[in-house]
Design a protein around this ligand. Structure first.
Ligand SMILES: Nc1nc2c(ncn2[C@@H]2O[C@H](COP(=O)(O)OP(=O)(O)O)[C@@H](O)[C@H]2O)c(=O)[nH]1
Ligand SMILES: [Mg+2]
Length: 203
């Protein structure tokens, strides 16, 4: 897949803003600060498409980007310790509405390659399984591990989250490592989306 010119579409805070699109929608999930925005910028090949930050954000927004052949939806991060209970409930409610009302082609679930998955990571992945949403893990910040540790550590994270070893892609977004693998995955997702659509249309 070649990404020519990815552009920001809109930020939405509630269900009335959810994007409906003919294009396949790929959602990006993960805890605050795991590297979602940096990952999106790497894919887009643009440094400032998605806002990145050193301080875990409090924003509860879904940001949509048009990547040409598909739409990328950057979901609000979870697991930020300082968020109040009512904020957490708001987040969970928005996510439930989003997944119920959006036709999702695939979810990239981002996890930090250096650490054991958090309780919230388990919750997210289990939630996606429960609703039979197709997902791949993206293990971020691989540049922070020694080269020989990347593969075994990605495998360990995949095992813990009960995801097949072939379904986790290590990335180091800041140095653009893993980009080609992710773009190949996106091509396959897009192809599959249209194949399924044709099948349904023929019925
Ligand atoms: N070393 C390293 N740092 C990263 C990587 N991806 C993101 N970061 C840093 O992690 C912080 C949070 O990134 P951001 O993309 O804003 O995370 P988000 O909250 O999930 O969108 C920023 O300081 C990024 O520079 C990576 O692949 N390697
Ligand atoms: Mg972000």
């Amino acid at each position: 897949m070649v990404i020519k010119d990815a552009v920001f579409i809109k930020s939405v805070a509630s269900r009335d803003g959810f994007l409906k699109s003919e294009k396949p929608i790929i959602a990006i999930a993960g805890k605050s600060n795991v590297g979602k925005s940096t990952f999106i910028n790497m894919l887009a090949n643009k440094n400032k498409l998605a806002k990145t930050s050193n301080t875990p954000g409090r924003t509860r927004l879904i940001n949509y980007f048009d990547f040409g052949e598909c739409i990328v939806a950057d979901l609000p991060g979870y697991g930020f310790a300082k968020v109040s209970k009512s904020e957490k409930e708001k987040w969970a409610h928005l996510m439930e509405q989003f997944f119920a009302e959006t036709e999702i082609a695939h979810v990239f679930s981002l996890v930090d390659i250096r650490h054991d998955p958090t309780q919230d990571d388990y919750m997210m992945v289990n939630y996606l399984y429960q609703y039979a949403l197709p997902l791949s893990l993206i293990a971020t910040k691989a540049d922070k591990l020694g080269k020989s540790k990347v593969k075994p550590q990605a495998q360990a994270v995949a095992n813990k989250l009960k995801v097949g070893a072939g379904n986790i892609i290590p990335v180091a977004s800041l140095v653009r490592k893993g980009r080609e693998e992710v773009l190949d995955k996106m091509s396959a997702i897009i192809e599959n989306f249209y194949a399924l659509k044709n099948e349904t249309d023929e019925e």
